[in-house]
Design a protein around this ligand. Sequence first.
Ligand code: GDP
Length: 593
Amino acid sequence: QQRENIRNIAIIAHVDHGKTTLVDQLLKQSGLFQQHEVVQDRMMDSNDLERERGITILAKNTAITYKDYLINIVDTPGHADFGGEVERIMKMVDGVLLVVDAFEGCMPQTKVVLRKALEHQLIPIVVINKIDRPNARAAEVIDEVIDLFIELEATDTQLEFPVVYASALMGTASATEDKQDENMLVLYDTIVEHIPYPTEQLDAPLQFLVTLLDYNEYVGRIAIGRVNRGIIRQGQSVAVMMRDGGIKSGRIEKLYGFQGLKRIEISEAGAGDLVAIAGIREINIGETIADPAHPEALPVFAIDEPTLQMTFLVNNSPFAGREGKWITSRKLRERLFKELETDVALRVEETESPDAFIVAGRGELHLTVLIENMRREGYELQVSKPEVIVKVIEGKKQEPYERLFVDIPEESLGAVMESLGSRKAEMINMINHGNGQVRLEFRIPARGLIGYRTAFLTLTRGYGILNHVFDSYGPFVGQTVGGRHEGVLVATEKGVSSFYGMMSVEDRGTMFLEPGTEIYEGMIVGEHNRDSDIVVNICKEKQLTNMRAANKDETVKLKTPIVFSLEQALEYLNNDEYCEITPESIRLRKKIL
Ligand code: GDP
C-alpha cells in the first residue's frame, strides 16, 4: 500500500451515539462485503461470536477500503480507561472522528477521550449523527462542540474542523445540514482529504511499539500497534526491548493486517501501517519490537500500578448455580487468567484456597466492570469488599495515592470540594473555564475514592466527570477515609446470594456487606466497616422466602460478602408495595433520593 493512501483514525463517541452503526455503514458502502466469501478462508483469526453476529460488534480495529485508500479505524473506550489505553491509541492514529448525536449533543463521557486527542495534536472530524431524528438540533450541537473544543484548548487548526451531517441508520451523509446525499461518500472523502497520511521513514531500521494486546487460544498473545519506522516481515527475527531496559529475541511468527472487522495474514507491512503480530511469547504493552541490528527502544510510557484489590470467590452459598452456568473454581480461574492476557492494569493471584483469587486493578470501577462482564458471560461468583494495596517502603507502611481530575459544573463546586476534603484529598490545581465548567486536580489516598463515584455523580447531577491516575505511594492513612457508604440492600426473589451480580457498569454505587452481617425480617442494620454503617431494608414476603428456606429462624447470618447496586436499591425504595415503611426506611429514602 502506498503511504499516501493510508489513513489512521480513532473514533470517539458517547455510548449510543451511533459509533457501531456508523462503522457498519462505512464497511457496507465500501463494498467490502462483496469480497466476504473470498476473504473467509484467509481469516486467520476471527472471533466466532463476531462472525455469528455479523457486524454488530465493533472491533477494536476496523479497516475500510475505499477506492485505493485503506482507512484504519481504532475504537476508543467510551468512559472507562484503566491502563492508559486512550493515551496509547492516540499515538497510533493521525486523526479522530468525533461522533455526536444531533439531538443529545455533547455528553460528558467523551470529553476525556477528546481531550487526549486534542492534546496529541490530532486532526478532528465532527460527525453530527442521527440527523434524521425529528428533534435533531444540529446547529446548536455544533455550537456545543465548538465550546467544548475551546474549553479543551484546541488549536486554531483543530478548531477549523470539518463537519459531516449523517444518518448512520439510513446510510446517508452530507456536508450541509439541510439535505442528505444518498450515501456516505462525503464522509469517506472528508477523511481522505483532512486526515494526514503517515510520513514515517520506510528505509530505516524497524521499530514497532506494542500498543494494544489481544489474545487467541491458537496463537496466544497478539500485539497490536503501528509500525513506527522501517518494514516488518512475517518470519523475521526481531529484538524485543523490554520496559526495564532488557532485550530478548523473538520471531514474527504471524503478521496480520486488518480488513473489515477481521485480521488477515500478510507478508510485510511498512511504517505507518497498523498491524497485529503473533508468536512472541510474553510480549507486553509498551515494549518495542526492533531490528536486531539496531535494537533501539521507543520512549517507554508508564503503566499505572494496581491500587485496589478484591477477592473473587466461588459461590458457596445455598443458592449457588441459580444465576450463572460457570460456577466452578476451574472456570473462574481460567476466566481471570484469560483477562490478564489483554488487560495490562490487572493482576490475579492465587490463594491458599483453590476457590479464591485476589484480583487487583486500577480502582473500584475497573474491578466492577470486570465483574459485570463476567456476570453477563454467565459466571457466578462472590466478591469481597475492595481494599487498597499497602506496601512497606523503607520500613514504613505506605499506601497508594491517586492524582484525581474532576470536571464539574460550577454550582457543584462547594459540595464536591467538601466531599473530597472529608476524604483527605489535597487540591493541587483549579481551572475555571468561564463557561460554567470547572476543572479541579487533587492528590488523594486511593482509599478515599472507594465508593466515591456515586456520591460524586449525585453531587454533580450526573454531569461530573471523574478520572484518576496513579500518583505515588504515601503515608499510610489506614481506615476508610471519609465517605459513608449509604444504601439499602434489597433482596430479590432469587435470594440474597444473587446480589453479587447487580452492579451496573456505570458504577452508580456498589455496596459491600461483610460476612457476619445479621439479616432479619423487616429491618436490618449492618456494620459495613468502622465508619460506615449500612441500613438494610429487606422487603417482606416474597423476597424473604429464599432466606427462610435457607434458615428456619428469622435471622440469617451472612456467610459470604454481598455486593449490590444503589440503582437496584432505589427501584425498590421507590416502590412502597415492596418496602416496609419504618421511620428508618423513610429517613433513608429522604437521604438517598
Ligand atoms: P454506539 O453505542 O455508539 O455504538 O451506538 P450504536 O451504533 O449501537 O447505536 C445506538 C442506537 O442508535 C441504535 O439503536 C441505533 O439504531 C441508533 N442509531 C444509530 N445511528 C442512528 C441514526 O443515524 N439515526 C437514528 N435515528 N438512530 C441511529
